[in-house]
Structures are given as C-alpha cells and as structure tokens.
Design a protein around this ligand. Structure first.
Ligand SMILES: C[S@@+](CC[C@H](N)C(=O)[O-])C[C@H]1O[C@@H](n2cnc3c(N)ncnc32)[C@H](O)[C@@H]1O
Length: 308
C-alpha cells in the first residue's frame, strides 16, 4: 500500500520512516535536506534547459563550496566556469541549471559519500572540467563509460553508443567502495586464466557493457529515459552499504529506488513530472511515502521535460 501525503503538507525527509518519492522541483527539496545525510547521490539530469531563462540570470556567487576551493592553476571556480562556458550557450544554460543542484548534492552527501553524475557526450567534457573545479580535482574517482549497442547506426561518423558517468567522492581519504559487493563479469578469454578464476569472473573496469532497457522486456516501465537496473545496481552495491540512504533528485521511472530496495538500502527519489511519479507509484509503491515537495519556485532555473 502506498502512503500518500495530503497536498498541504510538503514531504521532505527524515532519517527514520519509510522510503520516499517526492513530486516537485528538486532544488527547494535539496535545500531542505540536512548536511551529510546521504551515502550516495545519483543524478541523471535531462540535457534541455530553457535558454531564455538564463539570459535573465546573472550568477554572482563566488566560491560556492567550502569557501577555499580553487580550480585549475589556482584560479577560483568562478573564473574556471566563465572560461569553460563562454563558447557554448547550450552548455552555459545547462550548467546554470545544474550548478545549484550539484552544490546542494555535495552538501547533503555524507563525508564518506559518493556522487555519480550521468551524462552523455554532448556535455561530459565541459562538466568534467567544472566538477574538478567545483568539488576539487582530488575528489574525482572515475569516469565510467556505459556502452550499449542498440538502435540505428549513422554511416557518416562513428555511431555514438555510450553514456558517461562521472564519479566524485566528498573525501578522497575516506569514501566507501566495496568491490566485493559488485557483480562480476565473464573473462573475455576465459581459457587464458585458471578455471577457478574463470568461474569467479572478473571485477568490472570503468567500461561497462550493458544493454539498454529492452523495449519488450519485463524491466520496461514505458518511461522514455529509463536506465537499466543492472547499471544502478552496480553503483548502489559499490558505493553504499545496507541501511544507507540513497538520493536520486532526477528519479524518472525510479530505477535507483528499485536497485536500492533490492540491496537493502533506503531511498529518497524526486521528480517534477507527474508522469514519473505515476510510474514510480506503480513500480515502487508498496510501503513508500509519496507526496509533494516544498513549493518554493523562486529558483532561477528549471528543466523542461519532456524535451520540446
Ligand atoms: C533522464 S530522466 C531520469 C531517468 C531515470 N534515471 C530513470 O532511470 O528512469 C531526468 C528526469 O529529471 C526530471 N527533472 C527535470 N528537471 C527536474 C527538476 N528541476 N526537479 C526534479 N526533477 C526534474 C525529469 O522529469 C525526468 O524524469
């Protein structure tokens, strides 16, 4: 049975009680969360923000995280950002939308927590430079390439068939990474290793071959950007422990919640799309508290979804 909260009472979060699905803009919700509450934050934002909104916005804050972080060559983050975003309006808009959410995601991350940012080839190169400057270059852990093979292939260039997931930790000295919990892969040439090793399989590298959600398979929810459970399971298994809280501010169909539940973690999922909430209600409803988040819409940017 789902536990639906009345509209008038905004659903936020508490460290006890049931898993939660919140409908609304994730920024006011993130701002209402306490520091350091989540072992794992996974973000899979849409790459489409309202350009005209940016034209009205000037970012004036300095040194958003920690007060002392410096970017490349000792330049402050603001300087790194303005040089990276100068040449690409679309990315500038995107980053203006994402930046305040990443700042909050960093704040609510536990001291030994890990943040995964799921991107594609249009934005990852800029985002990597900016995240290095924003979080600190020493906090970069991995660039995971999720490779799939589905759909049409252009013959005019190399068909793009991968996403990139950037992984940052809050503290490079004390983050959690539990390799023993990660599912293993078959060796490419099992005949070249001893039979016991071949039977055990190998630890995945930072390149993950995994099919997309099959359009006809059981996993399919019908939500257009649904990510495979296998990818999220791996992330949750490696970077959180049973009982930990996992946060997904762009939850979509709730894949992170399903992976978290299967592995005994608790979850807080947020999405502003009523369609996504309906999909999550059907997918995860049992025992989950569902409600609307804080209504403060005084945020400068909001993504449009689905893309126009
Ligand atoms: C790429 S999809 C996430 C898909 C998800 N990982 C899954 O497996 O289904 C991005 C989601 O972000 C949501 N979204 C966009 N802007 C948002 C905002 N400001 N607050 C909350 N959700 C937002 C969209 O509604 C969309 O469902």
């Amino acid at each position: 049975m789902t536990l639906e909260l009345p509209e008038a009472a905004p659903l936020v979060w508490a460290p006890f009680g049931p898993d939660r699905v919140v409908e609304g803009d994730n920024l006011p919700l993130l701002r209402a969360l306490p520091d350091g509450a989540f072992r794992l934050v996974y973000l899979d934002p849409p790459f489409n923000t309202g350009r005209e909104q940016l034209r009205r916005t000037t970012i004036t804050r300095h040194d958003p995280i920690g007060g002392t972080r410096m970017g490349f060559h000792g330049r402050p983050y603001d300087v790194v950002r303005s040089s990276v975003t100068r040449y690409d309006d679309a990315f500038t808009d995107y980053w203006a939308f994402l930046e305040p959410r990443l700042e909050e995601a960093w704040r609510v991350l536990a001291e030994d927590g890990t943040l995964y940012l799921h991107l594609d080839q249009r934005e990852v190169h800029y985002a990597k430079v900016l995240l290095d400057a924003l979080f600190g270059r020493e906090c970069f852990l991995n660039e995971i390439v999720w490779a799939y093979d589905y759909g049409a292939r252009t013959t005019r260039r190399w068909p793009a068939k991968h996403d990139t997931i950037l992984v940052y930790v809050k503290d490079p000295e004390r983050y959690l990474f539990d390799a023993t919990e990660v599912d293993r892969e078959p060796y490419m040439a099992p005949g070249l290793v001893p039979p016991e090793k071949a039977a055990l399989g190998k630890l995945p590298t930072d390149v993950w071959w995994h099919t997309i959600v099959s359009p006809t398979g059981r996993e399919k929810t019908g939500y257009p950007t649904q990510k495979p459970l296998g990818v999220l399971r791996r992330i949750v298994a490696a970077s959180s422990a049973p009982g930990d809280w996992v946060l997904d501010p762009f939850a979509g169909s709730g894949t992170t919640g399903e992976a978290a539940r299967a592995l005994g973690r608790r979850f807080l999922l947020v999405d502003e799309s009523p369609t996504a909430i309906d999909v999550m209600r059907a997918r995860l409803g049992n025992g989950v508290l569902i409600g609307r988040g804080p209504r403060d819409r005084a945020t400068p940017h909001s993504a449009q979804w689905p893309p126009l």
